[in-house]
Structure formats: structure tokens, C-alpha cells
Write a protein that binds this ligand. Structure first.
Ligand SMILES: O=C[C@H](O)COP(=O)(O)O
Length: 251
């Protein structure tokens, strides 16, 4: 069985000092919780203080993006080697905000995915349709292309360390959640696509998160769906109480 996996994507919120204080409270709030993998993904400047604050806790550290090169003249970028050195375990790649605001293509995301595996980081590949794509009835076609192109050249052994995050763009930060049935339909389709790429046995091991206005009130019904293994949480991961309730609600 797949262990539930809840990750908090803090986006561009929390200074390093705020972040370290926050995780100290979070560790305390989650100290008796078992049976779920939890990660927090702070902005880059907060990675180091959060890593220090997380020491000897069972909460993992994630990053929100990275470059695919080890090093070089790429002003403003952060490399997989740097993330590995800090002790980052997961890296979110292909988030819809990176695609929409920073022009990230499936080809670029694929380079990042392969670099993450090279550096021993576990990627969380985000996919999802816009409102207009959903209204045109092309959700599955869009998601299939994102999955196939994003994972080009990935081996089945690497794929076992992968997490997929299905995040319908229209549900992100809007308060509109996909219905559990709609989310399940796409997550099941993603698993079929993964099976065609890596075989059924590997696809059955890959965790698929749902993301988009996940809150304490809807986590249970989402987790009740067979192909939803967790959540990538934005806004509700910024408060200890709501993130704790989501983690607890996932098991
Ligand atoms: O990565 C997280 C998602 O973008 C969801 O954000 P949200 O929970 O604020 O809707």
C-alpha cells in the first residue's frame, strides 16, 4: 500500500526567521502522528534554517524549484547540487505557477526531472489543466502530454521515487476544489499513463497527490478515493492548525 504523502508548498511566503519558528510549532503539533509522510517546501532562503529546525523530526524538507545544471553562470538560479547539500529530499517541479508566470515548458521540466534523479532528489511533478482546457473537454489530453513529456527518459527504477501532483489550475488558491470524483477520474487516468510508461507494478507504487484548495474540511473525502494518495497544499499549509488537521485527516 502507498503511504499517504502531504506536502506543504509555501510558495513565496515566510521569511527565514518566520519559517524556522513555524516548523518548531509544527513539529510539536505533529509529534504523535504516524502513518503519513509529511514535507514542507519553503522558499530558498528559508531552506537552511528550516532544515536545522527539522533535525530529528520526521518532517522532510522540500524545495519549490531548481535549475537542471550542477553549477554555472545562471544568475538567480539554484542547482540540484545545492539542494542536495542542504539535505533537501523532495523538489516540486512543473508547478502551474512556474509554467504560467515563468514560461516553463514540458521540455525544460523534463530536464529538471532527470537532474533531480541524478542528484538523488525525489521530484514532485505537477500537472493539471486550466479552466478553459477543462471546458473544452481536453483535460485528459493536456495532462497526458504533461506526464509523458515531463517523464521522457525516466527509468522505471527512478519512477518509483517520483510523486505526481494533479493540480487543476482553476482550483489553485480559488477556494474551488475539484469534486473527489473528478479528481479521482484524472488521478486514475494519470496512473494508467504511468502504467503505460513504466509498467503496472511501478505505477502502483507511485504516489499521486491532489492539489487545489485542499483544506481540513475536504481532505478526508479526497483521500477516500483509490488513486489519491495525498495532497500538495498551498494556502492551508501556512498555518500550523490547518496543516496539522490536513495531515491528521489524511490517515
Ligand atoms: O502547490 C499547491 C497548490 O498550488 C495549491 O494551492 P492552494 O492549496 O492554495 O490552492
Amino acid at each position: 500500500m502507498r503511504t499517504p504523502f502531504i506536502a506543504g508548498n509555501w510558495k513565496m511566503y515566510k521569511t527565514p526567521i518566520e519559517a524556522a519558528g513555524f516548523v518548531r510549532e509544527l513539529i510539536d503539533s505533529l509529534k504523535d502522528v504516524n502513518g503519513v509522510d509529511v514535507a514542507v517546501c519553503p522558499p530558498f532562503p528559508a531552506l537552511w534554517p528550516v532544515k536545522e529546525a527539522l533535525e530529528s523530526s520526521n518532517i522532510a524538507l522540500g524545495a519549490q524549484n531548481m535549475h537542471f545544471e550542477k553549477e554555472g553562470a545562471f544568475t538567480g538560479e539554484v542547482s540540484p547540487a545545492m539542494l542536495q547539500d542542504i539535505g533537501v529530499k523532495y523538489v516540486i517541479l512543473g508547478h502551474s505557477e512556474r509554467r504560467a508566470y515563468f514560461g516553463e515548458t514540458d521540455e525544460l521540466i523534463n530536464q529538471k526531472i532527470k537532474a533531480a534523479f541524478t542528484w538523488g532528489l525525489n521530484p514532485i511533478l505537477c500537472v493539471g489543466e486550466t479552466l478553459s482546457e477543462r471546458e473544452q473537454g481536453i483535460t485528459k489530453a493536456v495532462v497526458e502530454i504533461q506526464v509523458r513529456k515531463g517523464l521522457l527518459g525516466v527509468t522505471p527504477e527512478q519512477a518509483e521515487k517520483l510523486t505526481l501532483a494533479y493540480e487543476p489550475v482553476w482550483a489553485i488558491g480559488t477556494g474551488k476544489t475539484a469534486t473527489p470524483e473528478d479528481a479521482q477520474e484524472v488521478c486514475s487516468f494519470i496512473r494508467e499513463t504511468l502504467a503505460s510508461l513504466f509498467g503496472r507494478e511501478v505505477a502502483a507504487k507511485i504516489r499521486i497527490q491532489y492539489g487545489g484548495s485542499v483544506k481540513p474540511e475536504n481532505i478526508k473525502e479526497l483521500m477516500a478515493e483509490p488513486d489519491i494518495d495525498g495532497a500538495l497544499v498551498g494556502g492551508a499549509s501556512l498555518k500550523v492548525d490547518s496543516f496539522t488537521a490536513i495531515v491528521k485527516g489524511s490517515i
